[in-house]
Write a protein that binds this ligand. Structure first.
Ligand SMILES: [Zn+2]
Length: 166
């Protein structure tokens, strides 16, 4: 790895700071933007699953399972679908155009959809809360990781992942 601040070579692959100039290395350079982009898209895909599930359940005639009002399930499903769209766009924008702002927007939506899922399922009883956590927690966890990595790797002075000199 080449330090983006002083241009010196850094031999330690796990270094978080440049041993030559002491600057903190952008996290994206260490873990790689592709991983963050993939995380964002992965969490968005889980949102798609819960979104389709929610909309499917709410549109199914008959008594609604789990005692949750259909309108709330539809709402959670719609948020999940939107989160999938935003997450997919955000993750792709990060991978292709290095657009961290779009990736943050996408990951934020995905995080919100996971929280909304847990919240809505928690409204009735402990069993549905478990279902909500099973659906929402992976989304919340993965999108939070994306957001944390995105925030940690923000760097206004330098473009993300410039071509290494050698
Ligand atoms: Zn340096």
């Amino acid at each position: 790895m080449i330090c983006p601040y002083c241009g010196e070579k850094i031999d330690d692959a796990n270094a978080t700071h440049c041993p030559h100039c002491g600057q903190r290395l952008p996290l994206a350079r260490i873990i790689g933007l592709p991983l963050v982009g993939a995380l964002t898209i992965a969490s968005a895909s889980v949102s798609l699953f819960s979104g389709i599930l929610g909309i499917g359940i709410s549109l199914t005639p008959g008594p609604f399972p789990l005692g949750i009002p259909a309108g709330w399930i539809l709402f959670a499903g719609a948020i999940g679908l939107l989160a999938f769209v935003f997450g997919l766009i955000g993750g792709t924008a990060l991978l292709i155009w290095k657009r961290q702002d779009l990736a943050m927007l996408g990951a934020s939506w995905v995080l919100c959809s996971g929280l909304v899922t847990i919240l809505i399922f928690s409204l009735t009883d402990y069993f549905t809360l478990q279902v909500g956590v099973a659906l929402g927690l992976p989304v919340v966890t993965v999108s939070s990781m994306s957001l944390i990595l995105l925030f940690a790797s923000r760097n206004r002075d330098l473009p993300i992942l410039p071509k290494p000199p050698d």
